[in-house]
Design a protein around this ligand. Structure first.
Ligand code: SF4
Length: 349
């Protein structure tokens, strides 16, 4: 049934496709890129349609400075660093948490921090919380539950709409349309993307993760382009509401506020991330441990920054699949299952 639906959608995409121009459709979600690559969707597209991965991998854009600070914290005898599994392997000029760290533990959900803190009352437990809105909300919920006195949080939280706004202004990227991320949209709401069609004339469609849902989003984009329209549409309505999860948003902004933050390989982007509000300095590891901002050093040969911005594909990197593989990642895009290089290595383009 689903196969039939996919066939029908692909047929409609070819029929509706305005063949006279190249169309670059960007996804900004590692799970979307996974579906596109795993299902071989690019090979089903008309020649003029380009499906390009954008900044959808939180591990890839986590600043080197934040990771190095996490490594250094884990090297202290009085401290345990706690973070998600992918973060342990991200390379920096000082190694990774796994290779250069000392006291660290991996978690899969923020509430596990509480158990570790309880079992280690004589240690500082630092939760290294990274990601987009989808991880900020659970981190805020953890704080709301009440943190034990020995817990602080090292945040490296990024905002998706803000980086997308940078991309639309960059002529080298040349985005014609966005497939907006389903998970992030569930938190921020479909309306968060309204700025793209309304201010920049970029058709934007919120999509889920099944191939047929993504194909439907692409079809709607092409329909808009053919009709000369730019609108916000949502084909993931069962999960994404126009206003999103208002409770989660309120909780996020109770503890955090917008701040200028560093994106790895990209640099400082104004108001593109979240940092603790001043009244929460006592749980802000950056303040408690007086952590410095460390200058980033690019990995030689790695073009991860270009890939994240949709300016290059993984197989354009000379190290791809040779010096750089998932078991020996040289750059951040090869570490996480959401990183474009990792996905392309596992499934082809
Ligand atoms: Fe960087 Fe490795 Fe990707 Fe090349 S293949 S861009 S070195 S992560």
């Amino acid at each position: 049934m689903r196969k039939e639906k996919v066939k029908e959608l692909v047929k409609l995409i070819h029929e509706i496709n305005p063949k006279d121009r190249k169309i670059k459709i960007m996804n900004v979600c590692g799970s979307h890129e996974h579906t596109i690559t795993y299902s071989g969707m690019r090979s089903l597209m008309p020649e003029n349609i380009e499906l390009v991965p954008g900044p959808g991998c939180p591990v890839c854009v986590c600043s080197e400075s934040d990771i190095i600070n996490a490594i250094r914290l884990s090297q202290r005898d009085d401290t345990i660093l706690v973070t998600y599994g992918d973060m342990l392997r991200v390379p920096t000029k000082e190694g990774s948490i796994r290779t250069s760290g000392k006291n660290y533990k991996m978690i899969s959900a923020p509430h596990e921090v509480l158990k570790i803190a309880k079992e280690n009352p004589d240690k500082n437990v630092v939760f290294f919380s990274i990601g987009f809105e989808t991880t900020t909300a659970p981190t805020a919920a953890l704080i709301e539950m009440g943190l034990p006195e020995n817990v602080t949080i090292l945040t490296s939280q990024k905002l998706t709409p803000e980086i997308m706004e940078i991309l639309v202004k960059d002529e080298e990227v040349g985005v014609d349309a966005f497939v907006a991320p389903g998970h992030v949209s569930a938190i921020v709401g479909a309306n968060a993307w309204r700025v793209f069609p309304e201010k920049y004339g970029i058709p934007t469609v919120v999509a889920g993760f099944e191939p047929d849902n993504l194909l439907l989003a692409i079809l709607r984009i092409l329909y808009q382009i053919r009709e000369g329209k730019s609108e916000l549409e949502n084909v993931y309505r069962g999960v994404v509401r126009p206003e999103g999860n208002v409770k989660a948003q309120k909780l996020m902004y109770k503890y955090f506020e917008k701040a200028d933050v560093n994106w790895r390989g990209i640099g400082l982007i104004p108001k593109s991330g979240l940092e603790f509000r001043e009244e929460y300095n006592h749980i802000n590891a950056k303040k408690v441990f007086n952590l410095p901002e460390i200058e980033e050093e690019k990995v030689k040969g790695c073009i991860c920054d270009k890939i994240v911005l949709g300016k290059a594909y993984p197989n354009e990197c000379k190290l791809f699949g040779k010096a750089c593989t998932p078991s020996n990642p040289k750059g951040p895009c090869m570490v996480s299952m959401e990183g474009a290089c990792n996905i392309w290595y596992r499934f082809g383009k």
